[in-house]
Design a protein around this ligand. Structure first.
Ligand code: DAH
Length: 339
């Protein structure tokens, strides 16, 4: 019996010492000391042992049991310590590493300029609306008094989706969408992206932004147009800014004009910035053509209006004294951060 017990103890000890996880250790415990374990079986066979031998054999079995439990416990402690050490090693934090920088973006000069323009017009009671960038030929040209054979169409050659659908060349089409809604009076500005098949250079890009303006009401005159746009220029470029209207031609306004502002760099005396003239052109405008009103079901006998169109990049370039439009599209944070 003693030899048998010794053999079991030795076998088990070997198993335990080779064991590398607490789960496996538990399996070993069950296979020896569990209800159906080897030692438990031995205890059950005590009935075959002679009665006088039983106390001695019982003691031996218990000793072996105690010994195995001790070895199991030792190995468990050892495994748990190793596990803890491995975990600590894996979770180590190197406090000497440089911290991760939180990279912040910056508002784009276009956005800053647009918000400024919106603030000015909202202050005068205008609504800010939007129109589609992919537009029907009708809204971009036809309804603005630019029929199929009109030369103005060539100047604004663009990207056609189909013969009838194109990327809008101007925000002026939003005027038509607003007039068609049939709600009068109208006092709106419509900022948005426009597209032209222009080569990229310091002042051109195939995609840029405009801000359209439209006012339709009774008794509107050219004086309202002048007063509104002069106030706009003063708020945007400074109190001392003067404006000048030069006759021009746009198919959808009659009469039409371009508005210049006194150079805010030299105050009008002439400098490199205004190319010596003292004036800088900033927008196109005019009284809405009666035919344009008619096409959108507004009676030109009762209603009149004025419209204007400003290039957003142009304003951003002027206001922030940026000399190359391409800089606006590179999105270099070192550039953007300056505004
Ligand atoms: N759409 C014109 C352009 O792209 C700008 C413009 C001129 C808009 C006169 C207007 C306007 O509303 O009245 O050149």
């Amino acid at each position: 019996m003693k030899a048998k017990l010794d053999r079991i103890r030795q076998q088990v000890q070997e198993q335990i010492l080779n064991c590398d996880s607490t789960e496996k250790l538990n399996e070993i415990r069950v296979s020896i000391l569990g209800k159906k374990g080897q030692l438990t079986d031995l205890l059950k066979s005590m009935k075959d042992v002679a009665p006088e031998e039983r106390p001695k054999v019982g003691q031996m079995v218990n000793e072996t049991r105690g010994e195995i439990e001790r070895i199991l416990e030792e190995q468990k402690t050892k495994l748990e310590r190793a596990l803890r050490e491995a975990k600590m090693k894996a979770e180590v934090i190197d406090v000497t590493l440089p911290a991760k920088k939180n990279e912040m973006g910056h508002r784009h000069p276009n956005t800053i300029a647009l918000e400024e323009v919106e603030r000015i017009f909202i202050g005068m009671g205008y609504e800010v609306v939007e129109g589609p960038e992919v537009e029907k030929d009708y809204y971009n040209f036809e309804a603005l008094n630019i029929p199929a054979d009109h030369p103005a169409k060539d100047e604004q050659d663009t990207f056609y989706i189909t013969g009838d659908i194109l990327l809008r060349t101007q925000t002026s089409g939003v005027q038509v969408h607003e007039m068609e809604k049939g709600k009068l009076p109208i006092r709106m500005i419509a900022p948005g992206r426009v597209f032209r098949s222009d080569e990229v250079d310091a002042t051109h890009s195939p995609s840029f932004h405009q801000i359209e303006g439209l006012v339709i009401d009774k008794d509107i005159t050219f004086a309202d147009l002048k007063g509104t746009l002069a106030e706009f220029a003063r708020e945007l470029f400074g109190e001392d800014t003067k404006v000048k209207f030069r006759p021009h031609h746009f198919p959808f306004t009659e009469p039409s004009a371009e508005m210049d502002v006194t150079c805010f760099k030299c105050g009008g005396t002439g400098c490199r910035f205004c190319k010596g003239s003292g004036w800088i052109e900033i927008l196109g405008c005019g009284m809405v053509h009666p035919h344009v009103l008619e096409m959108s079901n507004i009676d030109p006998e009762t209603y009149v209006g004025f419209a204007f169109g400003v290039g957003l990049e142009r304003i951003a370039l002027l206001k922030y004294e940026i000399d190359d439009m391409r800089l606006l599209y590179e999105n270099d944070i070192r550039f953007l951060k300056q505004f």
